[in-house]
Ligand binder design. Sequence first.
Ligand SMILES: Cc1ncc(COP(=O)(O)O)c(C=O)c1O
Length: 420
Amino acid sequence: MWYSVSFTTRCERGQIVEVCWSERYARRTHRMAGSAIRELLKITEKPGFISFAGGLPAPELFPVEQVAAVGQRILTEAGRVALQYSATEGYRPLRECIAQRLRTDGVAAGIDHVLITTGSQQGLDLVGKILVDPGDVVVVESPTYLAALQAWNAYEAKFVGVASDECGMDVGGLERVVEREPKMIYCQPNFQNPSGVTLARERRVRLLEFSYHHGIPVVEDDPYHELRFEGDDLPGLMALEASRGTQEEQYDGNIISLGTFSKVLAPGLRVGWVIAAPTVIAQLTLAKQGTDLHTSTFDQMIAYELLDSGFLEGHKQSIVQTYRERRDAMLDALADCFPHDARWTRPEGGMFLWVELPESIDTGDLLLRAMEQQVAFVPGAAFHVDGTGHNTMRLNFSNSTPERIRDGISRLARELHRMA
Ligand SMILES: Cc1ncc(COP(=O)(O)O)c(C=O)c1O
């Protein structure tokens, strides 16, 4: 009552000044553009829409019953711990499990090398928070993951793109950007988002050599490596270092490696991790304290139980089988319906493939037409930092059944032929 009287009186006396929010926002917010994909996703949620736009896993494969059973057991046996605040570094048994997997790959790692994050997206953000000053140059593959750009844009990074082909990043191209003194290099070695390509083994070796020759950190973002449909697994950068026998007793190298449970368990749990030299992990931990104190204790415990029990290993097989069928359906449909002068990648795993159309086609225009036919994809320009890629697009195959993939690709092809 007192408040409302006083407020009204002050209003009448003209003492109230409303905040002009746009003038108050920090300078960095000017660089925070909304993600084209997130905006698209809102429209494509309508029933009947065939969306190749999002990066969504197949929800019918989420292990709902197993999560419910494990969650119930955790609550019964350790409910108070699961619902309590916990250490910023993460749930100790989960960190140990991740470190153990690294040791199996020959990397000399313990729990001090592991920080649990709220999805690997938070790992990207924290890396930006501790490494990127305004104006710092970050080298990215061209095309690259949109939300990494979004995360580091907020820290006022300047991006320099290095071309990539069917063998991944053109590592030779790094020599051309070295005089710009990059703060770090961002790379996705397996089934890259958006292109689906995998970094060839010899390029991994050269990337490592480049990093050590120039003392430039490499951020290895690897959410898809467990989703391999065919071909041999390739070693991650840390494992590759280990196999060359150049390591210290404890891993202390140039690589910051990000992983996640989003693609093999469920993205809604928001559990990911960062692996790096302990000194980097300590700095990231300080940064994370100011962000969210820690990742959900309960979710970490669920992820740990499903990993430790071996459930995820078996579950992964059914995801791989389903996504392989969907990838094949998309490749077949493209071969059947798309124009002869279109080219696309043939990913050996992951969730995306990449299409390059003739120069005369603008995929932004194609999208407008496709949306009228209730089909969506992401135009490729958004994934480039240099304004190129207007004739490219990303197609997601994990989130649609083979029937819908065939239907959606033929609708897209119809629009393409009309444009041509
Ligand atoms: C390359 C890449 N990095 C990171 C992420 C973020 O994954 P999450 O935060 O769910 O672990 C994604 C999600 O699609 C991705 O494609």
